[in-house]
Design a binder for this molecule. Structure first.
Ligand code: OAD
Length: 245
């Protein structure tokens, strides 16, 4: 813990990469690990373009449930600490593969969503993107009333599904930040999807300090100084120590 505090005190250009684990203590289920979503649900039924084409009602039912969970959740001490870091460091970027909006609701602005945003829809006909102010009601979905755009087109969640392309400009910006940063903080990702998108490699090559906060080892752990503590529990205390709050 002391080494992490020292590293954060000395840093000027910080890149943070978060995964589903950063929202676990807000009550949002992760995808893998005990009780993970992919232990209970099948990717091919719910998170591919083909699943949506075959059975939009089933896919919408699952996303409406998840939107409801996120709408009812609150940012935790990790989200708050990361929003504080953005205001503290001269150069800062948060790259998240989380689709929830808890980072934004904690105050983060300098951030990129690699896997899209759950609390937005986009229209399959006209492409219009809209925020989700109220999650669709599960009984409306069950009755076959699926969310529709003003143009009449079927809406879908604005997330990246398996088999879809990530936005190349987002990855390029994230990798450039990794190549320039002096500290890379990796929080709550197993690295299973995308293997960290090359951020660890770019940051290592530039001599940055690499720190992972995750109760479990991940495929990125070997490159990092590892803190095996839940994110909210760890980061609240760490950031208070760095800022003397
Ligand atoms: P995963 O669900 O694959 O992994 C969650 C990680 O968070 C694991 O490494 C856990 O050990 C860790 N974790 C659990 N609780 C934690 C806590 N309190 N504090 C810190 N870490 C904790 O999530 P990601 O690696 O982010 O993709 O992968 C998410 C992507 O995989 C999603 O975007 C989705 C999914 O399949 C798509 O849908 C394309």
């Amino acid at each position: 813990m002391d080494e992490v505090v020292d590293a954060l005190r000395g840093a000027r250009h910080v890149l943070v990469y978060t995964g589903a684990g950063v929202s676990a203590e807000s009550g949002i289920p992760t995808f893998r690990g005990g009780q993970g979503l992919w232990d209970r649900f099948r990717i091919e039924d719910l998170a591919t373009p083909d699943a949506f084409a075959r059975h939009p009602q089933r896919v919408w039912g699952w996303y409406a449930w998840r939107m409801g969970l996120v709408a009812a959740a609150q940012p935790n001490a990790a989200h708050q600490a990361l929003a504080g870091m953005e205001r503290h460091y001269p150069e800062f970027l948060l790259v998240t593969q989380n689709v929830d909006d808890l980072h934004e609701r904690a105050g983060s602005e300098k951030m990129l969503h690699v896997h899209g945003r759950l609390m937005e829809t986009h229209c399959t006909a006209c492409g219009r993107v809209e925020p989700v102010s109220t999650p669709p009601a599960p009984d409306a979905i069950e009755a076959g009333e699926l969310p529709r755009c003003a143009c009449g087109g079927l809406l879908r969640p604005n997330v990246v599904w398996f088999g879809e392309m990530l936005e190349p400009r987002i990855l390029e910006t994230a990798r450039k930040a990794a190549a320039r940063c002096d500290l890379l903080l990796i929080i709550g990702t197993g690295g299973t999807i995308g293997g960290g998108y090359g951020l660890v490699e770019h940051a290592s090559a530039s001599g940055a300090t690499l720190i992972e906060i995750n109760p479990e080892p991940s495929i990125l752990s070997s490159a990092c100084y590892c803190l095996r503590t839940p994110a909210a529990e760890a980061l609240g205390d760490i950031w208070a120590a760095v800022t003397g709050a």
